[in-house]
Design a binder for this molecule. Structure first.
Ligand code: XUL
Length: 576
């Protein structure tokens, strides 16, 4: 058996912990999973979390993650992994979650006893047994204070990459100082889920990752430092210096060697003493590391909700979007759009179509797809027709901030006239194309300033569009995605199942350990990535004429959103 090096990427997400092992050629050689609901014992969790509905709190027991780590390491051993070959470890953590360590944490981590499990030894290291989860929405008051501290949401977004969000760690910490002041006082350090993973392997508390720190509303991205005014707010009635110590420094290099794996892992699992811990990052930043994503490439995750990720040299924050430092490459940023709606909205239309046809096809999307593809773009049979467009939100939306609802319009691209009307709409058939268009027009609207012309006189657009997640199998969606977003090289399906975050983390470890001085992640991974194994072109991207027509529709779409926002504001409807 070859002794070539191996690398582990852990993905600590909401519902499971995964450990995925790759070799230097990026080939996956082992995977172990621990499903929190199905495999854990002793935690009354549901979908990985506990809730306190009265206060809109969602949180996870940290000891559950220790049990998961013990089991995943055991499972890798049982599968035959020779841990002595593992040269690097990194991870991906659900973003925004925070872990509160007590005074004894460093000592307990340092003195880990290899005859015992992590779960046996570390629960006493935490000042608080729970980690607030990204689904928590208990921090409205704190978000209002964060949004106001620099004068406006726009200013907060300019400084930290995002306006205040319930789930972001800064507002969560401020609420923690108020709800648990005694515990906060006893808290020596605060980790993100990502730096918690690194801390377990280092045997002392690891610093925050340069990308994941941007999910806190505390880090001034342009200055490359915490924002003093915001930290002051976040420390509540406590000393700001105390908070600074709890947060710690943030190294800039995402491939930094944080240190060797703690002797606990050497003795208990046979890790090599030169196995090195590389900063773990957030799950979304790790996702863009699952392939050598180039600036101007876009990734669209079509799950229950839609997420759009791009690597870009431009920093153009806006309250509706997120910017993070790129997890590996200084000078680049990760742009993210995180919708609440997505798959569910498409499924409602799919079901309405099947019902209207009194059909239950073996392939439930067959009718939806056929109708969506047969309908002409924007429902225009010819250029003189009005464009049909709408918003379809079965759940309250945050991009933009609107309550649940459906709104249908017609738009005259020549005169700019926009009318809220269902006249001319044939429901539900016209909605098949309209709903997919609505979702992709929103992506184009919000990412259009970040793309540039690929040359040859072509308009600004992504180079490639990669689709991931459940909806990426759908050819009709892929076709419409290409027509709206463009993509000079086309639309691709990225076939890595649900392993994107763990793969990205493992690749980060490969890069951290094997890079030549100055070699970027994109360069190293690009040289080794066998794209034919992972991606398949499923639709054309840029199509002259259609792309430009959708460009006009984006103007109408923006007008439509603003119209609905004004309407909602004037009616005083509650948003999220
Ligand atoms: C991103 C976010 C979620 C979590 C999921 O801002 O809150 O995508 O990272 O784990």
């Amino acid at each position: 058996m070859s002794q070539s090096p191996l690398y582990i990427g852990f993905d600590l997400s909401t519902q499971q912990l995964k450990g995925l092992v790759v070799n230097s050629d990026l080939k996956v050689v082992y995977i172990a999973k621990f499903d929190f609901d199905a495999d854990s014992t002793g935690f009354p969790i549901k979908k990985g979390v506990l809730t306190n509905e009265a206060e809109h709190e969602v949180f996870a027991p940290v000891a559950l993650w220790l049990q998961a780590m013990d089991t995943v390491l055991d499972s890798l051993r049982k599968q035959g992994l020779d841990f002595s070959r593992v040269k690097g470890i990194s991870g991906a953590g659900q973003q925004h979650g925070s872990v509160y360590w007590g005074d004894e944490a460093e000592t307990l981590l340092h003195n880990l006893d290899s005859s015992k499990s992590l779960q046996d030894q570390l629960p006493a290291a935490f000042s608080h047994p729970y980690s607030p989860n990204w689904q928590d929405s208990s921090t409205q008051k704190e978000c209002d204070e964060f949004d106001a501290i620099l004068g406006s949401q726009e200013n907060l977004a300019q400084a930290t990459g995002s306006k205040a969000h319930h789930r972001f760690t800064g507002p969560q910490i401020l609420r923690f100082t108020r709800k648990h002041p005694e515990v906060y006082k006893k808290t020596a350090r605060i980790s993100l889920v990502s730096s918690f993973i690194a801390s377990l392997f280092l045997g002392h508390i690891a610093p925050f990752d340069i990308s994941d720190v941007c999910g806190m509303n505390l880090w001034n991205i342009k200055k490359g430092a915490y924002d003093d005014q915001i930290l002051k707010l976040c420390s509540g009635k406590f000393e700001v210096e105390g908070l600074k110590q709890k947060l710690g420094d943030v190294p800039e290099d995402g491939g930094l060697h944080l240190g060797s794996v703690h002797s606990y892992y050497i003795k208990r699992y046979g890790f090599s003493p030169d196995c090195t811990v590389i900063p773990a990052t957030g799950d979304n930043p790790a996702t863009i590391l699952a392939l050598p994503l180039r600036p101007s490439d876009a990734m669209v995750s079509l799950g229950t909700s839609t997420t759009f990720l791009m690597s870009t040299p431009s920093y153009m924050p806006d309250p509706a979007t997120h910017f993070f430092n790129h997890p590996t490459t200084a000078g680049l940023y990760m742009f993210m759009l995180c919708y609440k709606n997505g798959g569910l909205a498409r499924e409602y239309v799919r079901d309405a179509i099947n019902e209207s046809l009194r059909d239950t096809p073996a392939q439930p999307w067959a009718n939806f797809d056929k109708i969506a593809v047969e309908t002409s773009p924007l429902g225009q049979k010819n250029q003189a027709d009005l464009m049909k467009m709408g918003l379809f939100f079965p759940r309250p939306e945050i991009v933009p901030n609107l309550p649940s609802g459906q709104w249908r319009f017609t738009y005259n691209a020549e005169t700019g006239d926009l009318q809220e009307t269902t006249a001319g709409w044939t429901a539900p058939n016209d909605e098949a194309r309209a709903i997919v268009e609505s979702q992709f027009l929103s992506l184009r609207l919000r990412s259009r300033g970040l793309t540039s012309s690929p040359g040859n006189g072509l308009p600004a657009q992504p180079r490639r569009v990669y689709l991931v997640g459940g909806g990426s199998k759908n050819q009709a969606i892929a076709k419409i995605a290409g027509e709206i977003l463009g993509g000079v090289e086309g639309v691709y399906k990225l076939d890595i199942g649900d392993n994107a975050c763990a793969l990205g983390a493992a690749y980060k470890a490969v890069w951290g350990m094997e890079r030549q001085p100055g070699q970027t992640f994109e360069n190293l991974i690009g040289q080794r990535w066998q794209e034919e194994q992972f991606i398949e072109k499923i639709a054309d991207g840029y199509q002259k004429g259609v792309f430009e027509q959708y460009g006009k529709a984006v103007e109408g779409f923006e007008k439509m959103e603003n119209h609905v926002i004004q309407q909602v504001l004037s009616k005083g409807l509650e948003t999220v």
